[in-house]
Design a protein around this ligand. Structure first.
Ligand code: ZN
Length: 360
């Protein structure tokens, strides 16, 4: 500490200044509290303090002594400031350690990590499916899960007494007549298709819509059936849409989701709200169609249902079927997730076992 040595050198032969210096240092050294420090600051550096006294003495000193006394005053002021600052910091640290010790905190322990969650597998699959269709220019629409019979069945070409109703085991909230279906009955939607009707009612073509959401059925719960499940529904209505557009769209989708070498296969099927209707298989991504346990030896995996929107559905929402045509498709998010990750029992998706969920 060069300043300290210089000060000792200058005060060596000047006893009065040396004793002021010693008093100043012992005052700093004796500070035990922040109050002591403030008092020392006043006593040493204040208007009537020791340092001010040193500077005042310059005027009465010998000419050759004046610069020496000035230098002593400056050095001493600097050292006092540093000393008080150091004292103050040490005290603050000690106070902190004391208060931590009082609260029994071990400051050497590593910090507690906050576990970061992540999206559920089903949400990830839905996001992925939806984002593929957003990339194709579709927009997202959703609808109510508590729905009117009209939107869930009737406007989807499944009127009261239509035999296709027996395909659906429905949770009813409120029925006008327990013996007979009625279009005003309130139910939990059995599929996401009512969104089609609601969107078509509220807007006009061209429409390219993707609609993810929950659906409910009174199924016996087992490895492949749940009372609540997620569907992703898509549909398009425009001038001149045909089966070729549907097939092309689904081929692009399937290759983006399952890999570019996947093939698709359409099998004729029946849905009340599409005509013609088909079920779509994708060539097995696990064995490349050779046959394996994932595809149960067939080389194909059933992935979704689809078809051209039935002209009757278009009429229900006031579209002219001679002017507009459309296609629709729907798939179960659970099914896509199960196929992709080889999950054999869909109940694991809702049991919230973190050991399972953390794998995705
Ligand atoms: Zn296979």
């Amino acid at each position: 500490m060069a300043e300290k040595e210089r000060l000792d050198e200058l005060t060596g032969t000047r006893e009065d200044l040396a004793s002021i210096k010693n008093e100043a240092f012992s005052t700093v050294e004796s500070c035990r509290t922040q109050e002591d420090i403030e008092a020392a600051r006043v006593k040493l550096l204040g208007k009537k303090g020791l340092i001010t006294g040193i500077f005042k003495s310059i005027s009465g000193a010998e000419a050759e002594e004046k610069p020496v006394i000035g230098e002593i005053g400056n050095l001493l002021r600097e050292l006092i400031n540093e000393g008080l600052q150091a004292k103050s910091e040490t005290m603050a640290e000690e106070a902190l350690v004391a208060s931590l010790a009082e609260n029994e905190v071990d400051v050497t322990l590593p910090g507690r990590k906050t576990a970061l969650g992540h999206k559920h597998l089903i949400s990830q699959v839905i996001d992925e499916i939806v984002s593929i269709f957003l990339g194709l220019g579709y927009r997202i629409e959703t609808g109510p899960e508590v729905e009117l019979d009209y939107y869930n069945f009737e406007a989807l070409n499944t009127p009261v007494y239509h035999p296709a109703r027996s395909l659906q085991d429905t949770f009813y909230i409120q029925r006008e007549d327990p013996e007979h279906d009625n279009s005003n009955d309130i139910l939990l939607r059995t599929h996401t298709s009512p969104v089609q009707v609601r969107v078509m009612e509220a807007s006009s073509p061209p429409l390219y819509v993707i609609s993810p959401g929950k659906a409910y059925r009174r199924d016996e719960i087992d490895a492949t059936h749940a009372a609540m499940f997620f569907q992703v529904e898509g549909f398009a209505v425009d001038k001149g849409l045909n089966m070729g557009h549907l097939k092309g769209t689904l081929e692009v989708f399937v290759r983006k989701l399952f890999g570019k070498d996947r093939k698709v296969r359409f099998r004729p099927h029946f849905f009340p709200f599409t005509e013609p209707s088909a079920e779509v298989d994708v060539s097995c991504f696990a064995c490349d169609s050779a046959g394996c346990s994932v595809c149960k030896g067939s080389g194909w995996l059933e992935i979704l249902g689809c078809g051209m929107i039935d002209p009757n559905v278009l009429k229900y929402v006031g579209y002219d079927p001679d002017e507009f045509t459309g296609f629709a498709f729907g798939m179960g998010a659970e099914r896509v997730a199960m196929m992709r990750y080889g999950i054999e029992d869909l109940r694991v998706l809702t049991e919230n076992d973190l050991r399972f969920l953390r794998q995705f």
